[in-house]
Design a protein around this ligand. Sequence first.
Ligand code: HEM
Ligand code: CU
Length: 550
Amino acid sequence: MSEGVLHAGAGHAVQHADYLEEPRGLWSWLTTVDHKRIGLMYMWSVLFFFLVGGIFALLIRLELLTPRQTVMDAETYNRVFTLHGAIMTFLVIIPAIPAALGNFALPLLIGARDVAFPRLNLASLYIYWTGAAMAVATLALGGVDTGWTFYTPYSTTTGGGVSLMVLAAFVLGFSSIFTGVNFIATIHKLRAPGMGWFEMPLFAWGMYATAIIQILATPVLGITLLLIVMERVLGVGIFDPQLGGDPVLFQHFFWFYSHPAVYIMILPAMAVISEVIPTFSKKTIFGYKAIAFSSVAIALLGFLVWAHHMFVAGMSLFAGAIFSFLTFFIAVPSAIKVFNWIATMWRGSIALEAPMLHAISFLLIFTIGGLTGLFLAALSTDVHLHDTYFVVAHFHYVMAGSNLIALLAGMHYWWPKMFGRMYNRRLAAIASAIIFVGFNLTFLPQFVLGSRGMPRRYFNYLPQFQDLHVVSTVGSWVLAAGLFLTAAYLLASFRQPKGMPANPWGGRTLEWETPSPPTTHNFEGQPVLQHGPYDYRPEPAPVGVKEMAH
Ligand code: HEM
Ligand SMILES: [Cu+2]
């Protein structure tokens, strides 16, 4: 790997306008096939829905401030947590890193001019917008109160906008599949000449593993959701026992997608972290191949463990024991990665810039999330913890905490590349600390609540649970404050003139060889192979962070 990756060849003598400037006008954005512009439009859309889902989250926490009704009635509460979960899962966390950051960064990182199918890429954005509009339109039909998991028989019998909501998820699935197809083709066909599989940045490996799951698992969910619509609209008996169906069948179908889908959410997060940690430790990544292969191992093993969501759904003890056993294995590749990231930081010259601070938060939060997963994987303890706040805390550590904090790490890392501008780095460091504290304040107490028996999705609760609920609600305000601060200084960066150097962080992957922001075609001429993706040997001296024009 030592002779690995490349440099943009023909210098930057010819100055072209950057991709943000040329061509001009709203229409040029709406019809663009530039992966960078599509990535940005995805990013703004995802952030918008994160705001919407976040407002619902704050409402949930506000309601749970007291053991009885606080601000809404029980039916509204059910609709609010359903919308929160559905929006965050299908509109935010799944597309966030691959569709937003992946679209922007992947072609740059592998020295390509664009993705393999630029038009399909634009189509996937429009499909995303269509699905999002359908999900929002369910509000007009009285909302949805099934929970984001749409469990039968409730989802086939309750009123409201269930059919429209599951169709929205069906449509969104195509957007996800198309992105996956595009990335697989891009990685196979468009790597810069000389960039073998093991000279690819690890971000590309993460995107590749994610794409495998997107393509293989998403159709299962799509068809399952269509079956709900068929039962609701046409009365075909698939899940309803009265019509000859089986409600537990739904859970099998659902989790056969949704367990792998949690890796659609975490693999891209790991992909970002694998780029940030070497850059800010100024060290070659430790265990490149181990990280690359564990991504693929996670993608494949993820298909074998779905029934750990169903230990108490009435399956045989034998099946339960097997699924419990298999679930422990899935923790191994993740642990391998964590050890390799820590080894990369070990004796590195660590720069505590915002992307790195978020990456360190990720390491801590993901480790807690992953380790608590083992309690749930153990058949005997899961019987006690299933459907309690322990589960809510667990999946927020891995989904919300890990994925979102990795999104923040990646946005702060590539922001100067995306926009040619730098945010206020001091505020960014402060915000990362507030987010870390707020997140743990919100979700750490929920582990305790759950283990004491606080069930999830309950509107009222026993008075002895109130103290910890109050801590959690206050934590959600701290978290929100950190996120609003982040939004404020990121938006304020647009008041700065563009003027970032090509490589403000001293990174060694190819995107740093292009100007900030890049031109429409990314590279002037053919990139030439010069060094590996994480080659931090002394020469040539990287442009230090301190020399930045800020
Ligand atoms: C911003 C801070 C957040 C807060 C304060 C928060 C709060 C909550 C609460 C209190 C619940 C439990 C509702 C209940 O069962 O009683 C919940 C459920 C859930 N949250 Fe969050 N959440 C946040 C962020 C996120 C993010 C970023 C995601 C993205 C994946 C997410 C995904 C979910 C999902 C999937 C559920 C399950 C919904 C259900 O099963 O009904 N949350 N959240
Ligand atoms: Cu699972």
